[in-house]
Every structure is written in structure tokens, then in C-alpha cells.
Design a protein around this ligand. Structure first.
Ligand code: AMP
Length: 223
């Protein structure tokens, strides 16, 4: 199965796609997590994208497209499919992704879109704490770590992402509304969209996503 997961920053996209990966054994391909790992490792790519990411701006399309082609052609994703979390983020990326799917003979099964209103997003992002080591994400109120400020998954200290500052949050939400939302029309015209209410507890939102995935499974769309 090949899925795209689109959601505004702070809607819980990373956490929910990790749950899908766990329950459906579908590899998660998160461009944000992968780019943060490049920054942490100090690679040339990491150095070229750090300034954009830290202020909440999009990494230029040309860099992202090359990066994505390198990723989706890796054995694991080519064989097992993926849930694409964080890509595409612009209409240009979406159209280029269609071409990549054609080039490699991949079929896109569905596009999931999570809806959460802006006031809720700001509240969620400000209280988010992230593990820079393994990418796990927590929330001080909705999903606190078992031990204060320590990652449940790998035991590293949690931090606030630089792009979870008030200024960067505003930039990211603005970019989502102006540059990412137009993608929805693109996938609507291909009849691939499933709209999901992203307000509620983690479990409630996941149950809605699960219903869609079960429907896709049953309709044989994932074969
Ligand atoms: P995320 O973890 O999905 O919120 O992504 C974190 C940041 O990585 C974004 O705010 C962008 O700066 C950058 N990024 C990730 N994916 C893309 C993409 N498809 N296009 C442009 N920038 C991206």
C-alpha cells in the first residue's frame, strides 16, 4: 500500500503515521524526521536545509524532489510500500510525485487528510516535546512521557524543536494554508482523498484513520 498523509503542523501526523506503521507494518517515510537526522549527522544535505527548517520555511522543491526520489527507490519502500508523511507540501511537489510514481510504476492508493483548527494547532505545538535522537514526539498534556522530559522509546532527553517557537509556528501554519492546501484539489480530482477529523484524543483520531485503512484493505485498493 502507498499512502500520502497530509496534515497541518501540530495535527499529530507524525504520531498517527507511526501508529499506522506499527499496526499495518507499513514503513513510515517522514521527510521531516529524515531531514532532522541529516542535520543531526552534520551531512552536506543537513547543512543545506537547517536554516529553512529552523525558521519553519519549506526546503526548496528541487532539493526535496531529489531527496524523495532517493528515498522511495530504496529497497524497503519499493518492496513494502510506505506512508508518506510530510511530502508533498506544494502543488509542484505533488505533480512531480505523480511523475515519479509513473516512472517507477508505483500506484498511489489513497491520500489521508487530517483536519484540525488553527487555535488547537498552536496549543498543541507549543506543548510538544520531541526526541532528537529517535524522532518520537510527546505532548506535555495529551501524551506525556512516562518519566519527565525523557523519551519513552530510547531514553534520550526531550527538547522543544526550534521550529516549535511561536514565530516558526505562525510561518509553518501560513505555509500550510497557502502552499499545501491547494494540493487537496489536485488529489480530489484523482478521487483519492479521505478526510479525517483530527480533533480528539490520540486513540479517537487513530480509530477514524483505522476505519479508512480497513475500508481500503477491504476494497482491495492496497493489492
Ligand atoms: P515536519 O516534521 O513534517 O513538520 O517537517 C519539518 C520541516 O522539514 C518543515 O517545516 C520543512 O521545513 C521541512 N520539510 C519536510 N518535508 C518537506 C517538504 N516536502 N517540502 C519542503 N520542506 C519540507
Amino acid at each position: 500500500m502507498r499512502l500520502i498523509f497530509i496534515a497541518p503542523p501540530g495535527a499529530g501526523k507524525g504520531t498517527q503515521s507511526a501508529l499506522i506503521t506499527e499496526n499495518y507494518h507499513l514503513p513510515q517515510l517522514s521527510t521531516g524526521n529524515l531531514l532532522r537526522a541529516e542535520i543531526k549527522a552534520g551531512t552536506p544535505l543537513g547543512k543545506s536545509v537547517a536554516d529553512y527548517i529552523n525558521v519553519g520555511e519549506f526546503v526548496p522543491d528541487e532539493i526535496m524532489l531529489q531527496f524523495l526520489e532517493d528515498q522511495i527507490t530504496k529497497d524497503i519502500y519499493a518492496k513494502e510500500g510506505f506512508i508518506l508523511d510530510g511530502f508533498p507540501r506544494t502543488l509542484y511537489q505533488a505533480i512531480s510525485l505523480d511523475r515519479l510514481f509513473l516512472k517507477y510504476n508505483f500506484k498511489l492508493d489513497a491520500v489521508l487528510i487530517l483536519y484540525v483548527q488553527k487555535s488547537e494547532l498552536i496549543k498543541r505545538l507549543a506543548a510538544r516535546r520531541t526526541c532528537l535522537n529517535c524522532g518520537a514526539s510527546f505532548h506535555l498534556e495529551y501524551k506525556p512521557p512516562r518519566v519527565f522530559n525523557i523519551c519513552d522509546v530510547c531514553g534520550s532527553t526531550l527538547t522543544q524543536r526550534k521550529d516549535d517557537s511561536e514565530e516558526s509556528i505562525k510561518t509553518r501554519i501560513r505555509n500550510y494554508n497557502n502552499l499545501t492546501m491547494p494540493i487537496i484539489e489536485h488529489y480530489d480530482s484523482m478521487n483519492l482523498i479521505h478526510r479525517i477529523d483530527g480533533v480528539g484524543t490520540l486513540d479517537q483520531v487513530y480509530a477514524r484513520i483505522d476505519k479508512v485503512l480497513k475500508y481500503l484493505d477491504k476494497s482491495g485498493l492496497s493489492q
